[in-house]
Design a protein around this ligand. Structure first.
Ligand SMILES: NC(=O)c1ccc[n+]([C@@H]2O[C@H](COP(=O)([O-])OP(=O)(O)OC[C@H]3O[C@@H](n4cnc5c(N)ncnc54)[C@H](OP(=O)(O)O)[C@@H]3O)[C@@H](O)[C@H]2O)c1
Length: 376
């Protein structure tokens, strides 16, 4: 088997793991994108000899291969005739543009970028239904559920997304207001980019994943459950109609779901450390604490309301996380800011991409205003 890949967000955490998978499988990198890490982009060109690079930050540089820019560049490489699979692992909502372009060109999208489905789920689904393309999830929980549902969706009562609980699982609620970015960036089990690591600490990451699961698996919100599992060995579970449960296990390593999204429906050998039950003394489970982590509760609420609320939830969260990383707001301000921005929602046309993009822009603009009031 050999595939030709466009890898968007190649310089990030998922991008780096994906390059390792490509190296191992011998798949060809036709094009890639980066934002500002020019040195890493040069190294990628040197090792993988792609035909194109896309820079999403308009940073002019010579990296030894033609550079395209911005949204147009991402859409161009996502529709190239000789690309089989587009792996979307850029940060942020820009991921929606190459996703739509790839689906319209009948390609497989290996989707890591959560924001695409959370913010633009109905538009992506409509495009998917009309296209010859497909979406295979890369997020480990969704990859697990995708594999567990295989052919048995009608027999499933509930799906369970597991959560490590983040670094503050055992921290008392009233100590969370003093948390600093360096504490929140210490994830207990996964090594990831900074933004998603903060999302894991607030458990808003799991909130984004519930919304992602809703669009991927067509499950009503009340049948998408979250279960805290600190060891991060089980990535997803399904509860079947007859009382049996199925679980998907591995050591936490994103190269497993990445490779599966690239080779599906085949399963190829991989150099990752295989799971060994004798190395794990216990697998434990807890209910998520929705009072301590109100962002998770809010995610269920916005999903049930629908319309443009998930878009606003995602955009407000992203901006609030960057303010927290810059130490402009506190850790517990993040869900509070999102909540307040949602309350100000004037309403947007949620049936069009333009309307949802407007909601996204509006929410980002409101975050600073709300944060200023909160700090007074
Ligand atoms: N990390 C994980 O384990 C994991 C698991 C599941 C899902 N995801 C999702 O995958 C996506 C990427 O996560 P990550 O952890 O790999 O992030 P990351 O390490 O921060 O990498 C982000 C990538 O996107 C690029 N980028 C940064 N800002 C951008 C912008 N404004 N427009 C376009 N590209 C931009 C970066 O380029 P530069 O390096 O040049 O700045 C980098 O290539 C996120 O949506 C995340 O939620 C991640």
């Amino acid at each position: 088997m050999s595939k030709k890949i466009a890898l968007l967000g190649a310089t990030g955490s998922i991008g780096t793991s994906t390059l390792d998978v490509l190296r191992n499988l011998g798949f060809e990198l036709v094009a890639f994108s980066f934002h500002s890490n020019v040195n890493r982009a040069k190294e990628i060109v040197k090792e993988f000899h792609p035909r194109f690079a896309v820079c999403t930050s308009n940073k002019k540089s010579d990296i030894g291969v033609p550079i395209l820019y911005g949204r147009d560049g991402l859409e161009f490489v996502a529709s190239l005739e000789d690309v089989d699979i587009v792996l979307v692992s850029t940060a942020g909502t820009i991921g929606v543009f190459p996703t739509l372009a790839a689906l319209k060109s009948g390609k497989r999208v290996a989707l890591a970028n959560k924001e695409t489905l959370v913010s633009f789920g109905p538009i992506v689904k409509k495009t998917l239904e009309k296209s010859q393309g497909e979406i295979i999830p890369v997020d480990s929980e969704h990859s697990a559920i995708f594999q567990l549902l295989d052919g048995r969706k009608d027999e499933v009562e509930n799906i369970y997304l597991t959560a490590s609980g983040g670094p503050f699982r055992q921290t008392p609620k009233d100590e969370l207001k003093n948390v600093k970015p360096r504490d929140a960036l210490k994830h207990p089990t996964w090594s990831m980019g900074r933004k998603i690591t903060i999302d894991s600490a607030t458990m808003i990451n799991k909130g984004l994943e519930i919304i992602e699961a809703y669009y991927l698996f067509d499950m009503p919100p009340e049948r998408i459950k979250v279960i805290v599992h600190p060891q991060s060995i089980i990535h997803g579970m399904v509860e079947l109609r007859d009382g049996a449960w199925l679980a998907h296990l591995s050591f936490p390593d994103m190269r497993i779901p990445i490779q599966y999204a690239l080779t599906y429906p085949e399963r190829l050998p991989s150099p990752v450390r295989t799971f060994n039950p004798f190395e794990v003394s216990e697998l434990t489970f807890e209910k998520p604490d929705m009072e301590k982590f109100p962002g998770l509760k809010l995610a269920y609420e916005v999903l049930k309301e629908g319309r443009e609320l998930p878009t606003i939830f995602n955009a407000a969260n992203e901006e609030a996380v960057y303010l927290f990383l810059d130490e402009k707001v506190g850790f517990t301000d993040i869900p509070e800011i999102i909540h307040r921005v949602i309350e100000l929602n004037p309403g947007f046309d949620h049936n069009s991409l333009e309307g949802l993009l407007e909601a996204d822009r509006w929410a980002r603009g409101k975050v600073k205003e709300v944060a200023r009031k909160l700090n007074k």
